[in-house]
Design a protein around this ligand. Sequence first.
Ligand code: 3PG
Length: 219
Amino acid sequence: MTGLKASAKQAALEQILIPARIVPVLTIDRLEDAVPLARALVAGGVNVLEVTFRTEVAAEAAKAIIAGVPNAIVGIGTVLNGDDLHRAQALGARFAVSPGATPELLDAAAASALPLLPGIATASELMQAQARGFGLLKFFPAEQAGGIPMLRALAGPFPATRFCPTGGVNAGNVATWLAEPNVVAAGGSWLCPASDIKSGNWEIITGRCIDAMRTLRKK
Ligand code: 3PG
């Protein structure tokens, strides 16, 4: 696979994340939940979805959403290594997300055409990603790793780096995160908690998305 220029991949990722503003992180245990869940999110105005590689059915679930919910823009999360990245690309994902930024994964992503949003929680991890051309990063786990004060501290030495915080983001704090000048979008599982997926509470999930998007539009 020929790698695209880092700047082109970053631009592609920005075009997905900036208008989305919020990216639900999906952990799908039952394949039959995949399409109704994605439809519920899209019906609520949330169309960029991160399907995590955390369950046995994750790859099939992503495939089902890509085939069955054309308005969804599907990324693959919990990408841990080059093999995961290649699997994500083969599924037809539009982007990949990782919780961390190992040199092995960053090198694989630099050589791949699939845009990666690598996770960082420290200045050194950020520098490793930056050295390979990654300027748009996931800040993970955002609340636990220091929250907004940590992000503001990183903005000092790294003013050009932009972030998608994930981890501990919820309905109560998402607008505050998105108000930070170096935050382009925020991710998390709060829109579709495991209990609602298990119970098939699709209308509740849609309603939560509508409320979230309405609140963000007012800001
Ligand atoms: C994750 O990878 O689990 C995400 O960061 C979601 O975190 P959250 O459940 O705190 O939103």
